[in-house]
Each structure stands twice: as C-alpha cells, then as structure tokens.
Ligand binder design. Sequence first.
Ligand SMILES: Cc1cc2nc3c(=O)[nH]c(=O)nc-3n(C[C@H](O)[C@H](O)[C@H](O)COP(=O)(O)OP(=O)(O)OC[C@H]3O[C@@H](n4cnc5c(N)ncnc54)[C@H](O)[C@@H]3O)c2cc1C
Length: 265
Amino acid sequence: HGLSLVPCKSALWLNFEGKRMGPRPLVTAYDTRFLVERICQEPKKYSWQLLNRKIALKEFAISGSEHNEAMRDKKLIAFLKNVLFGNRALVDKILQNCPDMIAADTLEELVKKMNALTGDKAVRLENVRQAMQQYDAGIEQGPPYADEQHRRILHARQWRGDRVRTCNLQKIGDPKAGPFIAIREFVLSRKSLGGIQTDLESRVLTHPDAAGQQQAIPGLYAVGEAAGFGGGGMHGYRSLEGTFLGGCVITARTAGRSIVGRKLE
Ligand SMILES: Cc1cc2nc3c(=O)[nH]c(=O)nc-3n(C[C@H](O)[C@H](O)[C@H](O)COP(=O)(O)OP(=O)(O)OC[C@H]3O[C@@H](n4cnc5c(N)ncnc54)[C@H](O)[C@@H]3O)c2cc1C
C-alpha cells in the first residue's frame, strides 16, 4: 500500500548514497516534472528526505482524505490545532507504522537505520553530514542566500497559505528540533487513466483517418481523468498537484452543456 506524500519543503533531498541531489536543489511544489526526472536519473529506484521532528510536525502531509480527517470532517478547531501546533498524530502514526519513515537521536544512528532498511551500506554518514552541514551553514550565514532551497522557502512563505505550513529556514541539525527523521520515497505513477481523446465539447473523437482528420462520435462523451490527465489533460505535463478536480468538473460541465445543446459560458 503506497502513501502519496506532500514532501516537506524544508527537508534535504538525498540520493541512495545520502548525497544531496542537485545541482538545482529539489523542492516540492515548484517543478514536479523536473523533480521526478532528476530522481529517476539515479541508479536506485528510491530517494531519501532528511529532516527533523520540528519540520515534520509543520510540513509532513499525506494526500488523501483518510489522512486529513480534520479537513474532511470539517472540524475547524482540530484543523487549526494541526496548523498551529503540528500534526503530531499523523507524524507519530506513520513513524510507528511505516518502515520507510525512520527517527533517530543522532545522525550515526539514523544512517545505520537507513542502511538496515535497504539491506546494504549505500548511505554514507559523511555524505549525509556534509549535506546537512552545508545546508545549515547557509542558514547561519543569513542573506543573501546562495542556496536555492533557502530562497524558495522564503518565497513560498510570502503567501499566507504556505507560511503556516513551511518552517522559517529551519536548520536540520538544530538540537532543539530533533530527533532526526529520514523518509525513503519512491516515485510512483497514480495517474495512469486518460487517453480518450475528446474535442472541446468533451465528445470522444475517432482515430485520425488517412488525412489525419478526427470525427466526434455521436453520443459518446469522456470526462474527468478518463479524458486525460487531471481532467481532459487541460493542465499539461507540468500540472500542479492538487488542481485536478477543477479540470474533471469542467470537462463534465462541458459534456453536460453539449448534451443539452449549449456551449459552456
Ligand atoms: C491519493 C490521491 C490524492 C489526490 N488529491 C487530489 C487533490 O488534492 N486535489 C485534486 O484536485 N485532485 C486530487 N487527486 C486527483 C483527483 O482525485 C482525480 O483527478 C479525480 O478524482 C478524478 O475523478 P474522475 O471522476 O475522473 O475519476 P475517478 O474519481 O477515478 O472515478 C472513476 C470511477 O469509475 C469507477 N469505475 C471504473 N471502472 C468502472 C467500470 N468498468 N464500471 C463502473 N465503474 C467503474 C471507479 O470505481 C471510480 O469510482 C488525487 C488523487 C489521488 C489518487
């Protein structure tokens, strides 16, 4: 069973050896396609995120209603509590139940646990330590920030919605923010539907004929993911996570309007 993570912006993205991936740092919610391409260039099929408990409490999130009860059940106070004080229940639940999320008081112990999980000695303590120290030193130095991840965090925090769920340049090695946490992550495809070609009225099109022409098949419509990634494919390849329902609803509305002979206004 896979969990679809919303990766923490303040975590360091490391490869299978514990080296920070780059040269452009990987930060979620900017260019997911680049991020996935970069991870897939690595020889191993997984990557690591290095963070600490303080970051996890503020930023760790899992996509899907079963992991966001407060939002799903419209429990405003519980939701505000999670935003203000961190989602302890979620972090602890995953730490207890998911072998891919590991906590340890020291980096040495953490790396041992990471290697125990993968069953090899691929993660090198010196790589992880170097990545962390460089990142933390950049925060210590202050502006102007040479590390693109620091700049992106500051950029994200300019918007109130991201400010409440993104730490303010949190050092990974901060002794008050521990224990350390490592999360092993796999790239997975969950958007395999789609492919039925439609026109702008959501009518299903025939295969191109010899002249490359396609015709609308009378009475046959396709909407939502069935009509293309994220609802008719309207967001393109670099579509932003969390924006698909809009496309699905619009393709359905377009189909409905077409069926009753009206154009979408
Ligand atoms: C974990 C996760 C998190 C997501 N988070 C977000 C988010 O935060 N924001 C966002 O906008 N989008 C999100 N999405 C995407 C969004 O959920 C989908 O784009 C949307 O639900 C697609 O709607 P749909 O009606 O096209 O297809 P679906 O919701 O997949 O509905 C298709 C239905 O058809 C049924 N079906 C399949 N085959 C048959 C058959 N032969 N006969 C009868 N019924 C059949 C299926 O059981 C299903 O109920 C998320 C998706 C996932 C998986």
